[in-house]
Design a protein around this ligand. Structure first.
Ligand SMILES: [Zn+2]
Length: 278
């Protein structure tokens, strides 16, 4: 298991408030669209207009860490909370829980995403000295149908082939088995990464040079992008960047933009992804 750390820079999703976690909350993204993978969800959390976050997002290929486990996220807020949550967590469970989002994008494998989530949940429980009784569904805390494949029977049947109650019980058993059978490392492998994208869907190749959409990348790493209509100039963190306009979206050369943002560029051939690292 490897964690890719792409910490949020959006202050509306990451208030940088320290917490002492008491449990892990399991969610689903509820987005079955193709491409709604872990990176896409992480970049959504990082948009300045988004006020939502979770500590981890898991798809079939990656586990992304958006927040340190000892910082508060906004994943389980509601008007009212269950008695169990009030008793065992707090009157505002965001302030004592670690959130995991499970992706259900159509172009990913549910089974692999599930396996990765089991491994991650076991890793977190182990590091905190907890058993599976510290696992919560979002539903258990607020009554929301999340994750639907562990709450709603029809959705559970579609994804897991069993009733929701059994699917949730099996998840807990799988985590428990992982905890007890596999030796856990004291710390997981963490690959620090600023942003990445799939070139085929998000970026483009022009004469064998890779280009990426400026605003998306700059927002993903928390920089400032400005467009001056009178001069048609684009600046990133106050520095002008050359760009090509493709149907209203400004693209810059990946290497030029990365240099402006102080990031290293790597190419992940198996996944056809551009990875920008700090
Ligand atoms: Zn949820």
């Amino acid at each position: 298991m490897k964690i890719t750390e792409m910490l949020l820079t959006n202050v509306n999703s990451r208030p940088k408030k320290k917490i002492v976690p008491k449990g892990v909350v399991i969610h689903w993204t509820a987005n079955e669209g193709s491409g709604a993978n872990a990176v896409a969800n992480r970049n959504y959390f990082n948009r300045p207009t988004t006020v939502a976050s979770a500590h981890y997002i898991v798809d079939d290929k990656q586990i992304i860490r958006c927040l340190p486990e000892d910082e508060m996220g906004y994943h389980v807020g509601a008007q009212t909370y269950s008695q169990a949550a009030l008793n065992k967590l707090s009157t505002y469970p965001n302030n004592c829980t670690i959130g995991i989002e499970m992706c259900v994008n159509a172009d990913g494998s549910f089974a692999k995403m599930y396996e990765q989530t089991v491994a991650l949940a076991a890793d977190i429980l182990k590091r905190h000295g907890w058993g599976v009784e510290h696992l919560w569904r979002h539903y258990d805390i607020t009554g929301k149908n999340c994750p639907a494949f562990f709450v709603v029977n029809t959705t559970a049947q579609t994804y897991t082939g069993m009733p929701a109650k059994d699917a949730w019980a099996k998840f807990q058993q799988d985590v428990h088995r992982f905890l007890t059978v596999y030796p856990q490392k004291p710390q997981p492998d963490v690959d620090k990464c600023a942003v990445e994208l799939t070139l085929t869907s998000t970026g483009k190749l022009i004469n064998d040079v890779s280009y990426v959409p400026i605003r998306m990348i700059v927002e993903a790493v928390g920089g400032a992008v400005e467009w001056e209509p009178s001069t048609q100039k684009v600046t990133v963190n106050g520095q002008e960047v050359s760009y090509v306009n493709d149907q209203g979206t400004a693209f810059a050369k990946t290497r030029e933009l990365a240099a402006l943002l102080g990031l290293q560029v790597e190419w992940d051939e198996p996944r056809k992804a551009v990875v920008l690292k700090k």
